[in-house]
Design a protein. Structure first.
Ligand SMILES: *Cc1c(COP(=O)(O)O)cnc(C)c1O
Length: 242
């Protein structure tokens, strides 16, 4: 078999396996499969890999680096739903917002960044989904609003709901390595879910939960995730960035 066909078979198989385990978990916890969106995290992976999964019908892809996303969005099909999941810098909001088929920015942590995203969208672009990133583990190296700063989170969330070209979709977290590799309830996911409940009550809008990666997406679904971000389990190990 050619290298291309081998890669295609491999990616199909990985995606199907992830799909199947999501379906099983949804059945086990009594949630409809449609309640959980699967974002295939394609950072560092070539356009050809994304095209293969696109041809298999997959549409949601996640990227961490603005330049890489701009490059890929420029050549790949316009109905891909891109999710930006990397560290968000103020000075990158403008170029990000100019990607017409950017579906969501999952790492917003201030009203001023939300404003910049809103102001650089036009009426021709899709409404931009926003997740507020929450640092649920309290680790210094993790980005996001503090999980126990409820008032601040509410304030940013309220601001997002007022921007006409943005739609508040929910909260996002990464969580700690140790929680993600431990048995049982993940306390980072638990914090995110409780905070979302508070926001939902205060704002009266549904608040989704973007949580769960390769190592913990099944537990995340058990704990109510509406958006899982899976990279390595679909694409295999990423090349080391040099
Ligand atoms: C890279 C990344 C993922 C995917 O991680 P895997 O372990 O490869 O599934 C998910 N979310 C964020 C924020 C990431 O940076």
């Amino acid at each position: 078999m050619s290298k291309e066909i081998t890669r295609q078979a491999e990616l199909f198989q990985h995606l199907a396996a992830v799909e199947e385990s999501i379906v099983k978990e949804c059945v086990a916890v009594g949630r409809p499969r449609t309640a959980v969106n699967l974002v295939a995290v394609s950072k560092y992976m070539p356009e050809s890999d994304i095209q293969i999964l696109y041809d298999a019908g997959h549409r949601d892809f996640g990227e961490n680096y603005v330049q890489e996303l701009v490059r890929k969005a420029g050549t790949l099909p316009g109905d891909i739903r891109w999710h930006f999941i990397g560290a968000l810098q103020s000075n990158k909001c403008k170029v990000l917002a100019k990607i017409p088929n950017l579906s969501a920015v999952e790492t917003v942590d201030s009203a001023s960044k939300a404003q910049k995203l809103n102001d650089n969208r036009t009426d021709n672009d899709s409404i931009l989904g926003i997740f507020l990133q929450i640092n649920t583990s309290g680790e210094d190296q993790k980005s996001g609003l503090a999980w126990d700063a409820t008032e601040e989170v509410l304030e940013v969330a309220r601001a997002v709901t007022k921007f006409p070209r943005l739609q508040l979709r929910g909260l996002m977290t990464i969580g700690s390595f140790s929680e993600s590799h431990a048995e049982g309830v993940n306390s980072d996911f638990d914090r995110l879910s409780k905070l979302a409940t508070t926001l939902q009550t205060e704002l009266g809008v549904p608040i989704g939960l973007s949580m769960g990666m390769s190592s913990d997406f099944l537990e995340a679904i058990r704990q109510g995730s509406t958006n899982v971000r899976v990279g390595r389990t679909i694409f295999g190990n990423r090349p080391v960035k040099t």
